[in-house]
Ligand binder design. Structure first.
Ligand code: PLP
Length: 355
């Protein structure tokens, strides 16, 4: 039996979206490929609230995270981490010989604007990375306040990991001054995994031009240069299947309407939180709860794996806690095309199994 996924990626994909992946191939150097990639970029610019360039990478989101920190750090990167995915950005910098420092807070807490200000005031950094929505802890960082601080440091390239939030919550990339905003297809966008997306600002482009060794496949500047000179095509063969599905799904997203889509996500998040507060406890700080997933503290100490097995028999799957928080927490994703009725249905089944 297929288990409907309530895990924070990959998410459940609608059958009509999935069917687009089976579209017959076209040449990746054809006019049709250029037109497809133009259409996708135009729609993504609306979703990202940006006028800057959109880059696609046939990799998961991690590919563009690695590419961003390597391509755009000329001096030193400050990595702000509130959980597993934030820390990963530091590991990527380190693995690429990019000078970087890690600024961590306790899991469940947030990156505070004052902390960012203090770190940037040292003048040591020309790039920062921030996690918008930390999928291990269920924290959504106060990106508005952080953005206000970063604007005071014009030499700093601002990278934002919106892998588990873009498409589920409003992120006004240009207004916030984010230079590289990164997401993947398999989370709030509701597509299969395999394609990464980012915005790439003129400031980030100028910076990359000053960085001598940017790698090859994940060199953001080479992707950009190719788009500019080859009518929106990519240097190597991209996953056209994902592009067909993305083109289609972006139309569905615009049809729903961005405001309606974000409201639906907030409503589902509020419903799951209310349920979790009553029966268990929320892991993340109350002021910074994610709109796309909820991390719940397992206050009754039930066996999360056993619950998931029973849920599986009924056709549902949720997530255990991430890494060191396995069994101490569990996670319910409410993102992409998930509906309130599906969420209610899931929670009724969890209550029934654990009663
Ligand atoms: C899933 C996730 C990633 C990693 O993305 P991939 O597409 O799996 O490479 C990075 N950051 C966050 C916040 C995530 O949720």
């Amino acid at each position: 039996m297929h288990k409907k996924l309530f895990i924070p990626g990959p998410v459940e994909v609608r059958p009509d979206v999935l069917a687009q992946m089976a579209t017959p191939m076209i040449g990746h150097r054809s006019k049709d490929a250029s037109a497809l990639q133009h259409r996708i970029s135009d729609k993504l610019r609306q979703l990202f609230y940006t006028d800057e360039t959109i880059l696609l990478s046939t990799s998961s989101g991690s590919g563009l995270m690695e590419g961003a920190v390597r391509s755009c750090t000329a001096k030193r990167a400050a990595v702000f981490s509130v959980g597993a995915f934030g820390k990963r950005w530091w590991e990527m910098a380190d693995a690429n010989n990019v000078p970087a420092d890690l600024y961590e807070v306790e899991w469940g807490q947030t990156t505070l604007p004052e902390q960012v200000d203090e770190v940037l005031a040292s003048g040591r950094y020309d790039l920062i990375t921030v996690t918008h929505n930390e999928t291990s802890t269920g924290v959504m960082n106060p990106v508005e306040g952080i953005a206000q601080v970063v604007k005071q440091y014009p030499e700093v390239v601002f990278c934002l990991d919106a892998v588990s939030s873009m498409g589920g919550t409003k992120i006004e990339v240009d207004r916030l001054g984010v230079d590289i905003c990164i997401t993947s297809t398999q989370k709030a966008l509701g597509l299969p995994p395999g394609l990464a997306i980012c915005s790439f600002s003129r400031k980030a482009i100028a910076r990359a031009k000053q960085v001598p060794h940017r790698g090859y496949y994940l060199d953001l500047l080479s992707l950009y240069n190719y788009l500019q000179t080859k009518d929106y095509q990519y240097p190597s063969t991209p996953s056209l299947s994902h592009m067909f599905a993305l083109d289609y799904q972006l139309d569905r997203i615009m049809e729903e309407g961005l405001a309606a889509r974000f409201t639906r996500h907030t409503a589902m998040a509020e419903y799951v939180r209310a349920w979790a507060r009553k029966k268990y406890a929320l892991f993340a700080h109350e002021a910074y709860l994610s709109n796309t997933l909820t991390t719940i503290t397992n206050t009754t100490g039930f066996d999360v794996a056993a619950l998931n097995k029973d849920l599986g028999d009924r056709g549902y799957q949720i997530s255990n806690g991430y890494g060191k928080m396995k069994d101490k927490t569990f996670r319910i994703a409410h993102m992409a095309d998930c509906t309130m009725d599906e969420i209610k249905d899931l929670l009724v089944n969890i209550d029934d199994i654990l009663k």
